[in-house]
Design a binder for this molecule. Structure first.
Ligand code: KG4
Ligand code: ZN
Length: 350
């Protein structure tokens, strides 16, 4: 089955052609990062406008690179949740137009599910069940993936996402948006033991996260250094902060793996491009005899190939959408969009 997939949930406009959920014939990503850099973060109105400008060309390029015409594809998949509502709507409406014009089914894909599915493109042998750590700019989840379309969230962040904590700390250091990749690069020549950060402690669910304490500890240390006019190595600070974040993410994930008996660990989301996190989880999984799956670096950040991968399994599960599909910016990854097979009108418009 050949799926044309679209992604526009935040600041990347992306289109891809994916075969049977496992092989990307093309994956085109137009990043808006340069436009948002000026403001230190994503400006939703600018994001929506830039998606409108880019989506047609990006889709054409994805089809061209795959050497296919619209009529050759079997379904159109699109990210419908979560994300910026205006940004999501651009992709959804464009996808509806394509599906209607071509007379093909429309498939709604949850963004976090698609981040997990990035691993199906990288690892042909990967099949559920497994435990996933999803770490992006807006979300931090530990989830059991019991089947391709069945998710159970065991823990989530109660405040900032891991990516947000990295980006905000990078900003404190004067690094450009998004700071995560800059911290990563700087930290490679730093000493990860030079600065100490507290281990976050939470009552209640042991798989939940809180990054606000780590972020405040970073700010407090930087303020003290500034008041004392002390010179310090920004590389050491970057390395130490990333180590604290990576150790925290790994500790909770591996505790959940032990508790729930998972031997397969999957990482997903933009932050899993981080070299410190990749090294830390690789070492711990090796020591504990766990099988680790990391997505190829090109599929860690937002892209449409992962949407095509998850879209395939959503389609197989009967989760095709009607043309009344809407953006649901706050929908959880466990939920099924209301505009799917569960409603009587889902297929009526096909
Ligand atoms: O998944 P993603 O591309 O977008 C969202 O769905 O949010 O994740 C973006 C996040 C940003 O916070 C960005 O700084 C972070 O992923 N990120 C990284 C790295 N590459 C991207 N963080 C640390 N190290 C990296 N190499
Ligand atoms: Zn994402």
């Amino acid at each position: 089955m050949t799926i044309l997939a679209l992604e526009s949930s935040c600041d990347e406009t992306a289109a891809a052609v994916v075969i049977d959920g496992r092989a990307a014939l093309s994956s085109v990503v137009a990043s808006q990062v340069e436009a948002h850099k000026l403001y230190g973060g994503v400006v939703p109105e600018i994001a929506s406008r830039m998606h409108v400008e880019a989506i047609s060309g990006v889709t054409e390029e994805a089809l061209q690179q795959a050497n296919l015409a619209l009529q050759d594809i079997d379904a159109v998949a699109v990210t419908h949740a979560p994300g910026l509502v205006g940004a999501l709507l651009v992709g959804i409406n464009f996808a509806k137009g394509l599906a209607y014009a071509a007379g093909k089914p429309l498939v709604a894909v949850h963004h976090l599910r698609s981040h997990v599915a990035a691993n199906y493109l990288t690892h042909p042998d990967l099949v559920p069940p497994f435990l996933a750590l999803v770490v992006s700019g807006g979300h931090t989840h530990i989830a059991q993936v019991t089947d391709y379309t069945a998710f159970r969230v065991l823990g989530r962040t109660r405040d900032d996402a891991a990516g947000e904590a990295l980006d905000k700390t990078a900003r404190m250091l004067g690094l450009p948006y998004p700071g995560g990749p800059h911290l990563d690069q700087l930290g490679q020549s730093g000493d990860p033991k030079a600065f100490k950060f507290p281990k976050p402690k939470l009552s209640g669910n042991p798989y939940d996260f809180s990054f606000s304490g780590l972020k405040t500890a970073a700010l407090t240390q930087l303020n003290q250094l500034s008041i004392q006019h002390s010179a310090f190595s920004i590389e050491d600070f970057a390395a130490s902060f990333q180590r604290a974040v990576a150790e925290y993410l790994c500790a909770n994930t591996l505790r959940a793996a032990r508790e729930y008996g998972h031997t397969k660990i999957v990482l997903a989301g933009g932050v899993c491009a981080n070299s410190v996190l990749r090294a830390e989880i690789s070492q711990r999984c090796r020591e504990q005899g766990l099988d680790l799956y990391l997505p190829d670096l090109r599929y860690c950040g937002d892209n449409a190939a992962m949407v095509g991968a998850q879209g395939y399994y959503e389609y197989l599960a009967g989760n095709a959408a009607g043309f009344d599909l809407n953006a649901l910016p706050g929908l959880g990854m466990e939920s099924v969009h209301p505009a799917t097979k569960r409603t009587s009108w889902a297929w009526a418009s096909m």
